[in-house]
Design a protein around this ligand. Structure first.
Ligand code: G1P
Length: 348
């Protein structure tokens, strides 16, 4: 069994964060999203892993996955998930494989889907009940068997959304060969699975255990950060001076917390600096991030981001790599902003 992680997407709903970096390298609970995918595959015994990248995402993915036992497959043009699988054909060869969307998080790993993949089954799809399935693939089940699959239907026939893990037998290649681009101009993996169903093949749905998160939008990132921090084991390897740490807090090596209050769960990454500050629950600081003379809660600060001497607490915020938010001294008393395209600022 091989594993294929898709990480070539443009992540448009996460702009501006994804203007400069691909979604799977954004950190949640201190680690790039894609680390969780690779680890779930390894934990399930899938050791030959390929990562599909685009010319734009390749550099960042290689950097984020340094030291991990993965190979890379280049998808030159973003033509959909099924196209990404097709370009990986040489890597996948004739063996069954797990397809894992690189922006999806599964609390309890992926073993149940591999276990459901027995002889005679052409594919296994992870499914999850959601309140609004219109932004997902949607399945219709009879028993455990999927009988119909639709991509982002306006009128969903069920509340069972397709989560981002699929297990395929080599029969999928025939269905992939027949695909036509969808209305949005992409080769959809959902259509390939429907192709299997049209051929009378057995495709089973397995409901996700524990939580599942598709990190498509900023609020999903914050929620994923919260869910992962809930499972944090406390650990202090950095320096803590005249500070109070309450609850589950990680202070990584090289980080410094001084004259501050930190209430967990919170993650303070390598080399980060927290001084005269309050860091509240569900906050992650990336490597080299700084919070000085300020308060922050339920937020993500990426690598080298800084929050300095800001009077009002920052909440539900995501600061990308190298972003600086600081108070301004002197007159005029005014906000001064330098924001990239599609940035979002809400001032109190
Ligand atoms: C993709 C799939 C969709 C699935 C979703 C899960 O959509 O096309 O069927 O439900 O991932 O994350 P995307 O998020 O790429 O629009």
């Amino acid at each position: 069994m091989k594993g294929l992680i898709l990480a070539a997407g443009r992540g448009t709903r996460l702009r501006p964060l994804t203007h400069t970096r691909p979604k799977p390298v954004i950190r949640v609970a201190g680690r790039p999203i894609i680390h969780y995918a690779v680890e779930n595959l390894l934990e399930a015994g899938v050791e030959e892993i390929g990562v599909v990248v685009s010319p734009e995402t390749e550099g960042d993915l290689r950097l984020a996955l340094e030291g991990y036992p993965v190979g890379y497959v280049l998808q030159e043009e973003p033509q959909g998930l099924a196209h990404a699988v097709a370009v990986a054909r040489d890597f996948l060869g004739g063996s069954p494989f797990v397809l894992y969307l690189g922006d999806n998080l599964f609390q309890k790993g992926i073993r149940p889907y591999l276990e459901a993949f027995q002889e005679g089954v052409s594919a296994v799809i992870a499914l999850v009940r959601v309140a609004d399935p219109r932004q997902f693939g949607v399945a219709v089940l009879e028993g455990d068997r999927i009988v119909r699959l639709l991509e982002k239907p306006k009128e969903p026939p069920s509340d069972l959304a397709v989560a981002g893990v699929y297990v395929f037998s080599e029969e999928v290649w025939e269905a992939l060969g027949d695909l036509k681009p969808s209305a949005r101009g992409e080769y959809e993996i959902t259509d390939a699975i429907q192709g299997l169903l049209d051929r009378g093949k057995k495709v089973v749905g397995v409901e996700v255990q524990g939580w599942w998160k598709d990190t498509g939008r900023p609020e999903d990132l914050l929620d994923a950060n919260r869910l992962l921090l809930e499972e944090l084991s406390p650990r202090v390897e950095g320096e803590v001076v005249e500070s109070t740490l309450t609850g589950r807090v990680v202070v990584e090596k090289g980080a410094r917390v001084a004259g501050s209050t930190v209430i967990g769960p919170a993650f303070i990454g390598e080399g980060a600096e927290v001084e005269g500050a309050y860091v509240g629950p569900f906050t992650s600081l990336g490597p080299g991030a700084r919070v000085v003379g300020s308060e922050v809660e339920y937020s993500i600060l990426e690598d080298q981001a800084a929050l300095e001497h800001v009077a009002l607490r920052l909440q539900e915020s995501i600061l990308g790599v190298g972003v600086k938010v600081r108070s301004r001294n002197g007159l005029p008393r005014a906000h001064r902003l330098v924001l990239g395209d599609l940035s979002q600022v809400e001032l109190a």
